[in-house]
Write a new protein. Structure first.
Length: 342
């Protein structure tokens, strides 16, 4: 059975494209609040799980040993845009551990923020690994390795103690065993494990609520959530969804995008975790679905609603600024979410 249509794209009032996908919303006990599509199917979570990957940064004592600030902790959870503050903060994290950008094994690419890329080029400079959208996460991995007296070289490999530790965190938070046969390589070269979507949602329900996890892990998750709420710019960047909605909602929401149409979130006050996968890998669709779920599941002020709701039904314009159609959530998704969360 095909997954349901979650998002439609219209042109001239006619549906031109459809995005199908899956949605799982669960509580910390694994009780399903909302399930659309085949939520038992395994997907690669990609960057949506960076909050979980940052837990060892707190649990090993690395964050305290190196005096990491909320901005640095938020960057460890990020897929940032490579803006100057992002790159400078990653460099600062590495310096606190006695390392520099030469230790990063995430690869190099130009900043995804156009202004930052243009500024680099105009200055005659080339990007470094610090501009990689995953440099904050990788700087955190290096801090964990150094704080636990492990050589950080090769920290991206599955057999390195940093990645073994993270795999253990995944298994404990998701309540499953992860098979090496279902392991792939992420865009930044670390291992990524195919995981049932409902297990991802469970992990975020526990990450947000702090229940069904040991007390130390609950404290670590809370510290990361507080850091992200205090420094939402570090998690994404200028004009990006994660930054904008967390600026508006603060500690009511932890949300994180991933590649290939994956999105995860924790709603701490409701004790719910969300996981989304759009079948065609479209990030624009996953973002719209997340906005719909936030709008349906969370009580929002008018100001907060004004930030979130435009993502659920927004105009598409051509290069002359003429509206050509709309991107909109389908199937009464907002109403389904509201009913499920009531």
């Amino acid at each position: 059975m095909a997954d349901p249509v979650l998002v439609e794209v219209t042109r001239g009032g006619v549906v031109e494209s459809e995005h199908r996908g899956m949605v799982a919303v669960v509580d910390p006990d694994g009780r399903t609040v909302l399930a659309l599509g085949d939520t038992g199917r395994a997907v690669f979570p990609r960057s949506a799980v960076k909050g979980l990957q940052a837990l060892p940064l707190i649990e090993t004592g690395a964050a305290d040993r190196y005096g990491l600030t909320p901005a640095e902790l938020a960057l460890a959870c990020s897929s940032h845009s490579g803006e100057p503050r992002h790159a400078d903060t990653a460099a600062g994290m590495l310096a606190k551990a006695g390392r520099d950008a030469s230790c990063l094994e995430c690869g190099t690419h130009w900043p995804s923020n156009e202004a930052a890329s243009r500024a680099l080029a105009a200055a005659g400079q080339a990007p470094t690994a610090l501009h990689n959208n995953c440099s904050g996460k990788h700087s955190g991995f290096i801090c964990v390795a150094c704080a636990t007296a492990s050589d950080p070289a090769g920290y991206v490999r599955p057999e390195h103690q940093v990645q073994r530790r993270i795999k253990g965190v995944f298994e404990e938070m998701m309540g499953i065993r992860l098979s090496d046969a279902a392991r792939g390589v992420d865009g930044c070269s670390i291992p990524t494990y195919a995981t049932p979507l409902e297990a991802l949602a469970l992990a975020f329900a526990r990450f947000g609520s702090g229940t069904k996890v040991p007390a130390d892990r609950a404290k670590a998750a809370k510290r990361l959530r507080e850091a992200v709420a205090a420094e939402p710019f570090m998690v994404a960047g200028s004009g990006r969804f994660d930054t904008l909605v967390m600026q508006a909602l603060g500690e009511k929401l932890f949300t994180k995008t991933g590649a290939e149409g994956v999105y995860c979130a924790a709603l701490p006050e409701q004790g719910l975790g969300i996981a989304i996968k759009c079948d065609d890998g479209a990030g624009r669709a996953a973002e719209a679905v997340m906005a719909a779920l936030i709008q349906g599941l969370l009580p929002l002020s008018e100001a907060q609603r004004a930030v979130v709701s435009p993502y659920t039904d927004k105009p598409l314009r051509n290069w002359n600024g003429i509206e050509t159609g709309r991107l909109r959530v389908a199937g009464g998704l907002i109403e389904q979410a509201a009913k499920a969360g009531a």
